[in-house]
Write a new protein. Structure first.
Ligand code: APR
Length: 236
């Protein structure tokens, strides 16, 4: 029997309890760094070295962090559901927690890509976490962080929209729904499909009940609550 398709859209909040800063909470990344200098196409053109250094620091921080229980519960749900993770996060915590189908909308911190050929991507390993504007890939191209900067297209958006459109259950977790097109995924859910939104400080969303269930909690607590709800629903 085919497993129901559970599609989840995760943001920085799911990694908060792993000790990784979100962007817009108090003390968040964009309070401490000028976002248009370190995460925009113009900023990268103006000062690529600053951008490389910003992502080198985030990569160094990431390797000391671990997936938290929210990532793990999500990975365990694959036993009973056909789970697809669509994430705005560039960390690899979903991968390390064991989720098997992950679509990164905003890139991946542990990879770098060719400046001239966006299809050419190389993984960064634990021994070579730092990149500079002079870093070259194995093919000789100059390389850049494999991050989707502001002012750049989101190449995996079409895939993400198709997945959300096929979802039997849609979950949004730990995102302020500030950034489009990712935030728009909510509107690709078919009518009548349940939407669960897990966030301790949820943004207000236009879709109303009975389709939307707000779980006002942190990710780990919220995923435990969601797991119990799904169990009850499964048992009819
Ligand atoms: N558990 C769950 N959610 C949390 C937690 C937690 N422990 N702590 C904070 N949150 C929630 C906040 O309430 C907020 O809704 O996580 C969300 C974080 O919002 P943002 O910092 O805006 O992060 P996100 O929505 O992922 O940002 C989207 O913006 O700058 C770009 O590319 C960047 O992918 C990022 C995008």
């Amino acid at each position: 029997m085919e497993k129901p398709k559970l599609v989840i859209s995760s943001g920085a909040g799911i990694s908060a309890e792993s000790g990784i800063s979100t962007f817009r909470d108090a003390g968040g990344l964009w309070e401490n760094f000028p976002v248009m200098e370190v995460c925009s196409a113009d900023g990268f053109a103006r000062n690529p070295r600053l951008v490389h250094e910003f992502y080198n620091a985030r990569r160094k921080d990431l390797i000391s962090k671990q997936p938290n229980e929210a990532h793990k519960i999500l990975a365990e749900l694959e036993k009973d559901y056909d789970v697809y993770v669509i994430t705005q996060n560039v960390d690899d915590l979903h991968e390390r927690a064991g989720s098997s189908k992950i679509v990164h909308l905003h890139g991946e911190l542990m990879k770098m890509r060719s400046v001239t050929n966006p299809e050419y991507v190389e993984p960064l390993d634990i021994l070579h976490l730092e990149t500079t504007p002079e870093t070259r890939g194995k093919n000789g191209d100059f390389m850049r962080p494999h991050i989707v900067f502001f002012q750049e297209a989101v190449p995996n958006m079409a895939i993400a929209q198709d997945l959300v459109h096929e979802a039997d259950i849609f979950v949004v977790i730990g995102t302020s729904l500030n950034v489009y097109p990712a935030a728009g995924l909510l509107h690709d859910v078919r009518p009548g499909i349940p939407i669960y939104y897990i966030d301790p400080n949820p943004a207000n969303i236009t879709i109303t009940s009975p389709q939307v269930h707000i779980i006002k909690a942190k990710a780990t607590e919220g995923m435990r609550i969601l797991r119990d709800i799904l169990k009850k629903t499964d048992n009819g």
